[in-house]
Design a protein around this ligand. Structure first.
Ligand SMILES: [Mg+2]
Length: 120
C-alpha cells in the first residue's frame, strides 16, 4: 500500500523534474506568521499558482494539489485567467516607462508593439 503523497512532497518531485529537464521556475513559499499561521507573502490577487515554469517557447503556470485536494475559487480564477491569456509579455520596466506602461495596461496588447525599456 502506498501512502498518499502530500502536496509538499509532490511539489518537490515536480520541481526536481523541472530542474532536471531544464526549466526555469519560480515558486513562492509560505512562511509562518508570528501567530503561527502559514501564509505566502505576496501582494496581488490571492490564489496565484504554485509554480511558474518557462523553457524555450513554453510558459506553464501550475497549481498543485494532492490526489484529493480541491482548488479554491481564487486558484480556479487564476488558472482560468492565465488560460485565457493569448500573449505573454516579459519586459524590464523603469519609472520613465510609466506612460507607456499605462497605455499597455489600459489597452488590448498589440503583438507588434516594440518592447518597452532597454534590453535586459
Ligand atoms: Mg497548491
Amino acid at each position: 500500500m502506498t501512502l498518499p503523497l502530500s502536496e509538499r512532497d509532490f511539489q518537490s518531485q515536480v520541481i526536481d523534474l523541472a530542474r532536471s529537464t531544464g526549466w526555469r521556475l519560480a515558486h513562492f513559499r509560505p512562511g509562518q506568521t508570528a501567530g503561527g499561521r502559514w501564509a505566502t507573502q505576496m501582494s496581488g490577487d490571492v490564489g496565484y499558482p504554485d509554480l511558474t515554469l518557462v523553457r524555450g517557447d513554453r510558459l506553464i503556470f501550475a497549481e498543485l494539489k494532492t490526489s484529493n485536494g480541491q482548488a479554491t475559487p481564487d486558484q480556479v480564477e487564476w488558472i482560468q485567467a492565465l488560460t485565457a491569456a493569448e500573449h505573454v509579455t516579459a519586459q524590464l520596466w523603469r519609472p520613465h516607462d510609466l506612460t507607456e506602461i499605462a497605455t499597455l495596461l489600459s489597452h488590448r496588447l498589440d503583438p507588434n508593439t516594440p518592447p518597452l525599456g532597454a534590453a535586459v
